[in-house]
Design a protein around this ligand. Structure first.
Ligand code: SF4
Length: 427
């Protein structure tokens, strides 16, 4: 039987996809390995055929070794559309391949390509703002074993991103791609990471007007989170990664040595109490530690009022775990079903924020497509719809630019605006 869109999303994360040489990807978003390396696949969009969620976005692994054995093969063309066929089952799925935004080809006023400042991963903009995570500077390195940030920052993306670079890229993404959410991350920076992001948050809120998420290694002084909340940050996420302490220590040696697993949980809980329900998330990687530990972590995170975002382990090229096989579909389907159930049990309003589709994880609301259609399911779905409607004016207010700097946002003159620069060059 053919898979539904969320099942297909999970299977693609586990098995990848093959792209024959004669299939043209003209105009598609390029395959770019930035940040931790998870976006190293091809972005595709799966229609769901349901009103609950019309589309699911997936960053499908295509360059990793395991993807070369995938039964999924892409066919079609930019003009005629694309089809994804499972050559074992003969099931075929129409898919859409999103186009690369025109601003990827432009430069900031400091002459840095915008695609080296931020990338779209689904419908949100991801920007690694800090200097390279310092776990990579130790000898021997203390980097997380699944991560490739140390190889990407300064290579595939700019190492030094000025506030103006970030603002101009955010503005282009908002104006031209309709992006409403920017996610800033930066790995471990000692006690300076959170403070470092403050001018970026302030400038994005004032000059562009977007929802802003921040993901950094936790810091012991929790008043720093209060400052971020005061600045208007909309989302805070904590990379818990693993629940099992042995796996955490083994696979995240820097986090274990410098911070300890408990600090991640404490910081997440603190912020979940300070922010609205569903504004905080705990990030997990599924497919390495025992499955029951991942399920326990999901329950813990949701019980705190945060939502779990679970990434299917991807053995990215160049990572220490490059040769470790990805997990199997059945286990990952069980994990994602559990995510939805944990959110439902805790009345977390997943999917309430507008236009945020993350392609590198299975979004908790994607997993609604996995849930049994019980009375509890329909009640929760009705609650989520109501939450979306009630929250819409609030999100509209939070995505307004507080100061009018850029043309198109309200005038006031913006000599460094990317559009004004391009237009004057054309003239
Ligand atoms: S904290 Fe770990 S996952 Fe995050 S950037 Fe550093 S090495 Fe990578």
């Amino acid at each position: 039987m053919a898979l539904n869109a969320c099942e297909l999303e999970i299977d693609l994360f586990c098995r990848g996809m093959r792209i024959p040489d004669d299939v043209s990807l003209d105009g598609a978003r390029g395959i770019s390995r930035t940040r931790a390396g998870l976006g190293s696949g091809l972005e595709i969009v799966l229609p769901t055929g349901t009103w609950m969620k019309p589309e699911v976005w997936v960053n499908v692994p295509v360059v990793e070794t395991f993807a070369r054995q995938s039964p999924y093969v892409l066919s079609g063309s930019p003009r005629g559309g694309y089809l994804l066929t499972n050559q074992q089952t003969r099931d075929a799925y129409p898919v859409r391949i999103p186009r690369e935004p025109s601003w990827y080809g432009r430069q900031t006023s400091r002459d840095i390509p915008m695609s080296q400042i931020g990338v779209l991963q689904g419908t949100y903009l991801g920007i690694y703002v800090n200097m390279v995570c310092t776990f990579w500077n130790y000898s021997p390195a203390l980097n997380c074993r699944f991560c490739t940030t140390g190889q990407n920052v300064g290579e595939n993306e700019a190492a030094d991103k000025a506030v103006s670079d970030v603002i101009e890229t955010c503005w282009a993404a908002k104006e031209e791609s309709g992006v409403s959410f920017v996610h800033l991350n930066g790995g471990f920076q000692g006690t300076r990471g959170i403070q470092f992001t403050e001018p970026y948050i302030k400038a994005i809120k004032e000059e562009v007007g977007m929802l802003v998420g921040v993901q950094l290694a936790p810091e012991k002084d929790f008043s720093r989170y209060d400052r971020l909340i005061d600045l208007g940050v909309d989302h805070l996420s904590f990379c818990v990664e693993f629940w099992n302490p042995t796996w955490f220590a083994e696979l995240c040696p820097g986090k274990e040595k410098m911070l300890g697993q408990k600090l991640f949980l404490d910081a997440m809980e603190y912020c979940a109490k300070r922010m609205p329900k569903g504004a905080v998330s705990g990030e997990l990687i599924a497919g390495l530690e025992p499955l029951d530990d991942t399920l326990t972590a999901i329950d813990y995170i949701a019980d705190c009022g945060a939502f779990p975002t679970v990434c299917v382990f991807r053995p990215t090229v160049g990572a220490d775990l490059e040769a470790t096989p990805p997990p199997g579909y059945a286990d990952m389907r069980r994990v994602m079903t559990h995510v939805y159930e944990a959110c439902r049990r805790n009345w977390i309003p997943i999917g309430a924020a507008p236009n945020i589709e993350v392609s590198i994880v299975v979004n908790p609301d994607d997993a609604a497509l996995l849930a049994p259609r019980t009375a509890g399911f329909w009640t929760y779905e009705a609650y989520r719809r109501a939450a979306r409607a009630v929250a819409a004016p609030l999100f509209a207010w939070r995505t307004r630019a507080r100061a009018r700097r850029f043309p198109g946002v309200g005038g006031g003159g913006a000599p460094t605006s990317p559009t004004s620069k391009r237009e004057s060059a054309a003239a």
